[in-house]
Write a protein that binds this ligand. Structure first.
Ligand SMILES: NC(=O)c1ccc[n+]([C@@H]2O[C@H](COP(=O)([O-])OP(=O)(O)OC[C@H]3O[C@@H](n4cnc5c(N)ncnc54)[C@H](O)[C@@H]3O)[C@@H](O)[C@H]2O)c1
Length: 346
């Protein structure tokens, strides 16, 4: 039977991402946050006043999951907790919004996807960049055939995550940070797969780290470059650089049989414009690491709309995001072995 009342969402974790999620969920037409679970004791009255609606505070995930009024669980806590929380939510028959990374190992990601499928619940992974104006416009340009058939593409992530960034306190550890790709570069690799398709045959990756003392606390390599070999013969590249000292930059360069795109500029032979100069696309660029600038609203609206129809959501469902993580884990395996090619087996 169709779900007619709003979807009640219980948020796990109450950090930076959670605050952006709460505002975005409440701004959709179908979701409202009615509970928050944090290991810190939070005050129900304060939470409700701050977020403009009744919100119950929980301190134990199992208590929140036992609440039959909760329809959706939104997991925004530390990555090392994602697997246990997501599997428990699936078993409690709650639909799941899950922040990236889904988890920090391929086994855990597979467990999460399997638990959701076995319990008939749907997932939404926060690869919200897919819903950004920049990548929606870029994808529309590709779908119009203006670049022809792509044979090369690169999407790179440059964002210095140093002590000035709240996550630094846990992101430097291998357990929660994982790798340059898992902690943040995953957005760029995921965007590359959105634009070029996710039929990847093999990957080769190399990693290193900055000599700057600023990034010394990191227990893993904070710069990596991954070459992707697609099954159709195309080639792609993603640099994941979290130890740079420069403005945030999401770099996109696509090359096809009818033209090229560089960020917000393009040339298409089909339009007969001057190949010696770029033409300009007017669109909102992904140019900030601030979660308040991220397109969560469009993504969560698409998730609730898909729940209404009993379907997997477009672009960032568990099965779709799992494919991206399979490529990421293969890339990290390659980098750990000094760049040997690793086949994608799924
Ligand atoms: N999709 C994106 O672009 C994006 C952006 C930011 C974060 N994230 C993801 O969201 C998740 C959480 O990241 P975040 O930036 O919100 O991290 P955060 O450091 O703000 O919060 C992380 C966890 O620490 C807890 N916490 C915060 N302050 C605390 C305190 N004083 N005492 C005890 N616990 C405290 C929070 O409740 C939360 O569970 C991660 O998985 C991260 O990768 C995703």
């Amino acid at each position: 039977m169709a779900h007619t009342t709003p979807y009640n969402v219980g948020v796990i974790g109450y950090g930076w991402a959670a605050t952006a999620h709460i505002a975005a969920i409440n701004a959709t037409t179908r979701g409202r946050v009615t509970a928050v679970c944090s290991s810190r004791p939070l005050d129900t009255a304060e939470l409700s006043a701050k977020h403009g609606g009744p919100i119950k505070a929980y301190q134990r995930v199992e208590d929140m999951l036992a609440d039959p009024a909760i329809d959706v669980v939104d997991i925004t806590g530390l990555p090392s907790l994602h697997r246990d929380q997501a599997v428990a939510a699936a078993k409690a028959k709650k639909h799941i919004i899950l922040e990236k990374p889904m988890a920090n190992s391929p086994e855990e990601v597979a467990e999460i996807a399997a638990a959701a499928a076995a319990n008939g619940v749907k997932g939404c992974v926060c690869f919200e960049c897919r819903f950004s104006n920049q990548f929606q416009v870029t994808k529309a340009l590709l779908d119009e055939g203006l670049l022809g058939t792509l044979h090369y593409g690169e999407v790179d992530y440059y964002h210095g995550i140093g002590p000035w960034y709240g996550q630094f306190r846990w992101n430097t550890g291998k357990k929660d940070g994982g790798s340059a790709l898992l902690t943040a570069g995953c957005h760029a690799l995921d965007a590359l797969l959105m634009l070029m398709g996710n039929d990847v045959q093999s990957v080769t990756s190399l990693s290193t780290k900055s000599a700057s003392p600023i990034f010394k606390p990191y227990e893993y390599d904070t710069s990596s470059v991954t070459i992707l070999h697609f099954k159709n013969g195309a080639v792609g590249k993603t640099a994941a650089i979290v130890d740079c000292l420069q403005p945030y930059y999401f770099h996109t360069h696509l090359v096809g049989s009818e033209g090229s795109l560089l960020d917000d500029k393009f040339h298409s032979m089909k339009l007969k414009a001057d190949k010696g100069h770029w033409s300009k696309l007017s669109m909102k660029m992904l140019d900030s690491g601030d979660v308040s600038d991220h397109p969560y609203l469009a993504q969560f609206q698409a998730f609730f709309d898909a729940l209404d129809n009993g379907q997997d959501m477009p672009l960032t469902s568990f099965p779709e995001a799992k494919k991206t993580f399979e490529v990421i884990f293969a890339a990290d395996t390659s980098a750990a072995q000094g760049g040997v090619p690793v086949k994608i087996t799924t």
